[in-house]
Design a protein around this ligand. Structure first.
Ligand code: NAD
Length: 297
């Protein structure tokens, strides 16, 4: 079914996602504060609005893809909810705090709308190739409405539970990833110091109980996995700054809920340090280089 979709936030992720909605036949009206982002989206068939309010005024469904929770709450409160027709379905695909996601949902519902959280994994490659994974927090009826729309931008759409559950799934998954990348990196550094070749450790761990995505797909040392960012000077990939952000969200949630999550908190600390300065733009697997330095290697 062709829908009128308002799309707010046409950056690295939102731009190609909006373009894929156009390809799927939807009428997409978009807005971004950065004129260049808006121009790029317009070149892909998105109708460029002069304001966020204009982008959502005629929409059946509104998608936001913004940097952080404060941007989503400010946009919702600052005119988006007021400008939309009553009963519009708001879909926030940004990665934000679980508490902010629940607050955004409550604001939308109080304004007479419906709202779901649907953060993504898969990065810019997934956004461009329509192969994202969506993690959705929504009621049953809203999930049924949003699923085919998200399917036009992704390969997998998972219903994780009610409002906030999508964000919860996203930060829990990325906490596993952040910790496991540090674990794999520490193992390589230890192996090197013991005279073990990276390839030998890879050959064992990738087929034994140490096997994990951080090792077999995004291996932090060059050689064993030719496609991993380590083979191209750690060009991202998944930028360390984004990993630091997601681990910060997980750490906030753990502290707020009184969950110990010691390794998650430590991983958040290590990635926050690493992401300051030039490390932030590198792939998150480049954390191995700081562990090597600490070890004098
Ligand atoms: P980005 O900075 O490239 O894009 C965000 C866009 O939002 C910018 O173009 C900015 O101008 C725009 N914006 C901010 N406030 C606005 C407002 N009030 N009205 C209109 N536009 C506004 O960021 P991105 O990489 O596209 O990431 C977007 C979200 O997706 C973030 O929450 C990020 O954590 C998440 N995410 C990113 C990746 C990735 O690999 N880049 C992967 C998964 C999830």
């Amino acid at each position: 079914m062709t829908l009128a979709i308002g799309f707010v936030g046409l950056g690295n992720m939102g731009g190609p996602m909006a373009a894929n909605l156009v390809k799927a036949g939807h009428r997409v009206t978009g807005f971004d504060l950065v004129p260049q982002a808006l121009e790029q989206a317009a070149a892909a068939g998105v109708r460029a609005a002069d304001s966020a309010a204009e982008a959502v005024a005629e929409a059946d469904l509104v998608i936001t893809m913004l940097p952080a929770g404060r941007h989503v709450l400010a946009a919702y409160d600052g005119g988006l909810l007021a400008a939309a027709r009553p009963g519009t379905l708001f879909v926030d695909c940004s990665t934000i705090d679980v508490a902010d996601a629940r607050a955004a949902n409550a604001l939308a519902v109080a304004a007479g709308h419906r709202a779901v959280d649907a953060p993504v994994s898969g990065g810019v490659v997934g956004a461009t190739g329509a192969s994202l994974t969506f993690m959705v927090g929504a009621g049953e009826a809203d999930f049924a409405t949003v699923e085919p729309v998200l399917a036009a931008m992704g390969r997998k759409v998972v219903h994780c539970g009610p409002a906030g559950a999508g964000q919860a799934a996203k930060i829990c998954n990325n906490m596993i990833l952040g910790i496991s990348m540090i674990a794999v990196s520490e193992a390589f550094v230890l192996g090197e110091s013991l005279g073990l070749s990276n390839q030998a450790l890879f050959d064992v761990a990738s087929t034994a109980s140490g096997q994990c995505w951080a090792l077999t797909s995004n291996c932090p040392v060059p050689g064993p996995v030719p496609a991993s960012p380590a083979n191209r000077d750690y060009a991202a990939g998944f930028a360390a700054a984004l990993m630091a952000k997601d681990l910060g969200l997980a750490a906030n949630a753990a502290k707020a809920g009184g969950v110990p999550a010691e390794l998650g908190l430590k991983a958040a600390e290590l990635f926050a340090e690493f992401a300051q300065g030039q490390g932030g733009a590198l792939d998150f697997s480049a954390i191995v280089t700081t562990l090597r330095k600490e070890n004098g290697q």
